[in-house]
Design a protein. Sequence first.
Length: 138
Amino acid sequence: MKTFRKELWFNVPSRRAFINITPDVQQCIDASGIREGLVLVNAMHITASVFINDDEPGLHHDYDLWLEKLAPHEPVSQYQHNVGEDNADAHMKRQIMGRECVIAVTDGKLDFGTWERIFYGEFDGRRKKRVMVKIIGE
């Protein structure tokens, strides 16, 4: 069995964003030489997420509105965590959207459903953060 690890780095200029990282993950698979196995894609920061869904702008807009209703950024004083900080909502949004995803690799490609894509979700941007890609297989 072989393993491969790579970090993807992001510095999102806005507070929140959804970025399709599917091509980046496929590039990691190509570089690994692994044809059959699993890939773990993991947000390495507690205010960011990795998830799988459709790459459709309306859905991303709806996610943004829905998450803001569930965990509104303002007023920042509503959160105990925000004493000296302003990102408690980002922690909650990450909890909802998830930390990682695992995808099968078949014949050197991501083994997806028709519309599935991998996304990096940023909820407290404007600083450098990373995503770890770990591939195991043969």
